[in-house]
Design a protein around this ligand. Sequence first.
Ligand code: K1U
Ligand code: ZN
Length: 173
Amino acid sequence: MAVREIIKFPDKRLRLISEPVKRIDAGIRKLVEDMFETQYHAPRVIGLAAIQVGVAKRVVTVDLSKKEEAHEPRVFINPEITWTSEEKITYGEGCLSIPEICEEVERPVQVKVKYLDLDGKAREIEADAVFARCLQHEIDHINGVLFIDHISKLKRDRIIKKFSKAAKKKVEA
Ligand code: K1U
Ligand code: ZN
């Protein structure tokens, strides 16, 4: 298992639409193992999309367990939202690929998601609260959407400016 590097905004790969997984082979299983290793390496992170480690495949990992609890890894391959509740809630969101930014985002409270598990079995689950939010955030990632796309243009432009400036400085250094 290996901790992979997280790609950071404004890296253009974060805007790619990830490809569906056609076959769950050793490469996908290794990717999933590494995604959990990467996720567990960063404090308080509960989800990850493959594109955040530079792999444009529709793979999402989630673990909602608390620090002191045993790990509860969940894998979602080719996940699709099939239903969202009308009820919405606003919650402060962050993202490993846009570090140190937290903004309020409104999203449906509950979702239904169909997906394949690691054995290739088709499943559907209903999620609410933090689980639902995490799935929506990660499924956005595999569609090239970032949480800053759900905030005001004014706030988004400020964030884009900050990260573009930092990236330019890094290139010049
Ligand atoms: O995709 C990522 O960058 C990881 C990110 C996903 C996320 C999940 C839920 C809400 C917003 C974003 C994180 O895991 S950040 C951690 C986090 O926000 C959180 C952690 C524990 C409880 C509630 C939220
Ligand atoms: Zn994210």
